[in-house]
Design a protein around this ligand. Structure first.
Ligand code: HEC
Ligand code: HEC
Ligand code: HEC
Length: 421
């Protein structure tokens, strides 16, 4: 909530005339920038979601210090306020652009790809210069970088040279002349600033994107980011562009609700984007991967004893909200029938949600985020596995059964709580 307030304060600072704006215009004039550039920069910084990574829990916005968990260890974000010593106040526009487009620090040192520069490389120079102009208007905060928790040899930055050679393709976005302007705008945002693939594209052993599986679904921090392709069962095949826009704008729609990391994306970033940009992203997602007919696995039959056990657990614990037909209540309790989250190959989100409970993001247009209680005190690994096997194979759903060992292993890795802004 502190972070939320701060974001609003910044917005207010920009919108109001008065002390803070007077200070802004001085900065603006000194840099030869105008308000249009700064406002554009603020919008783009929001689309790029800089604030969510560059703000420590309860800390000053953009002052860094949030730990980004990677499979290799924790990496702390630096301070990107205009403090000249501990932030980026002394950086030139060129240094900033090089950082965003090539993943290098002020003196050319290589940065870890926990900083999504493999996506930001696609952002046009003008847009990056606008982001820097906006960041320069923030209050400078003194805040030293925290040391990372990376083991040798990953703590040696030159090791990233090999990583970049293997997995990093620098270069600004090139529009596809055969496609509409709207599609290209959506592609520019999704592949670039909005870095949707950072979570939704599966990663290889070294943390590089699997380039043949762009947006096919990934796992991060014991959350499953579903397939954003056109598959009907595990992707967005059943979603219209309007469904996608509503989800990104309000954090929910008639089918689903955003939890965990996606709730943060909606809260800090997409709910503030224009309807035109949200629609462009939706059009790009639908057109780049129109619904292909991928055969579904054979569902576990209803007579299977595990399905029967799962049905009993479901009726006792879940049907009050998600209803016995699995369809829930539009915009309140997500539809589990036909859900990509429910039928995804990876079951991290499912186990996490049942064990820890979850709360949907509260947004401007949908201010009360409905919550789901935790069941860890009530359901053991065997019951949870039967329950999940059931919801993955009831009502026409079809997906591999979940084992008690899978539940146990994911439960054991859940160290943080499902914090939703
Ligand atoms: C997913 C998390 C994440 C997001 C989103 C993110 N960053 Fe970062 N950023 C990082 C991390 C982690 C580092 C540090 C990398 C390292 O130490 O090698 C970093 C480093 C940087 C640096 C280099 C600073 C320095 O002192 O070397 C700049 C500049 C920067 N980010 C700007 C931005 C801007 C602008 C945005 C929004 C458009 C943004 N970042 C969004 C995680 C993120
Ligand atoms: C920080 C990681 C992260 C980023 C970045 C991210 N997502 Fe997500 N996304 C997730 C997770 C995790 C879920 C699953 C949430 C849930 O189960 O409620 C999700 C769910 C979704 C869904 C719902 C899918 C479904 O079938 O229910 C859509 C649509 C979506 N994301 C689109 C996007 C778009 C578009 C972007 C870029 C603007 C994006 N996401 C960026 C992690 C992320
Ligand atoms: C008190 C009402 C309530 C009960 C009981 C409940 N849920 Fe939920 N559930 C919700 C709400 C609200 C959400 C959306 C929250 C969010 O997205 O963060 C949700 C989300 C989910 C999701 C994620 C769906 C998506 O599209 O991202 C799954 C899966 C789920 N519930 C399964 C279950 C199961 C299994 C049970 C029984 C153990 C259960 N729920 C019990 C209210 C409930």
């Amino acid at each position: 909530m502190t972070r939320a307030l701060s974001l609003k304060t910044i917005a207010l600072g920009l919108a109001l005339t008065g002390g803070s704006t007077a200070a802004l215009s001085t900065v603006a004039l000194a840099d030869g920038q105008d308000f249009v550039t700064i406002e554009k920069g603020q919008y783009l910084a929001t689309a790029g979601d800089c604030i969510s990574c560059h703000t420590a829990p309860g800390g000053k916005p953009f002052a860094g210090g949030r730990g980004i968990m990677t499979p290799f260890g924790v990496i702390y974000t630096p301070n990107i306020t205009p403090d000249r010593e501990t932030g980026i106040g002394a950086w030139t526009a060129d240094q900033f652009v090089a950082s965003m487009q090539h993943g290098v620090g002020k003196d050319g040192e290589l940065l870890y790809p926990a900083f999504p520069y493999p996506f930001y490389t696609k952002v046009k120079r003008d847009d990056l210069v606008a982001i820097k102009a906006y960041l320069d208007t923030l209050d400078p905060v003194r805040s030293e970088a925290k040391p990372n928790g990376l083991p040798f040899p990953l703590n040696i930055r030159t090791a990233l040279m090999g990583w970049n050679m293997l997995f990093f393709t620098p270069g600004e976005f090139k529009p596809d002349p055969a496609k509409s302007e709207e599609f290209n705008r959506g592609a520019y945002l999704v592949e670039g600033l909005a870095h949707c693939g950072a979570c939704h594209t599966p990663k290889n052993m070294l943390g590089g994107d699997k380039s043949d599986k762009v947006l096919a679904g990934g796992v991060l921090d014991e959350w499953t980011a579903p397939n954003l392709g056109g598959d009907l069962r595990t992707g967005l095949g059943g979603w219209s562009t309007a469904d996608i826009v509503e989800y990104l704008k309000t954090g929910r729609n008639a089918k689903s609700a955003a939890s965990g990391p996606m709730a943060e994306v909606v809260y800090y970033s997409t709910q503030h984007m224009t309807d035109a940009d949200l629609k462009a992203m939706a059009v790009y997602l639908k057109e780049r991967a129109p619904s292909p007919a991928v055969p579904a696995p054979k569902p576990v039959p209803a007579e299977d004893p595990v399905m029967k056990a799962g049905l009993a657990v479901y009726q006792d614990n879940c049907s009050a909200c998600h209803v016995s037909n699995g369809q829930g209540i539009a915009r309140l309790f997500p539809d589990l029938k036909g859900s990509a989250v429910v039928q995804a190959d990876e079951v991290e989100t499912l186990v996490r949600i049942v064990v820890q409970g979850t709360r949907a993001a509260a947004t401007k247009t949908a201010p009360t985020g409905p919550g789901m209680p935790a069941f860890d005190w009530k359901l053991n690994d065997v019951q949870t596995a039967a329950l999940l096997t059931y919801i993955r194979n009831a009502w026409g759903n079809a997906a591999a059964p979940v084992t008690a060992d899978q539940v146990k292993s994911i439960r054991g890795r859940l160290t943080d709580t499902a914090a939703t802004p």
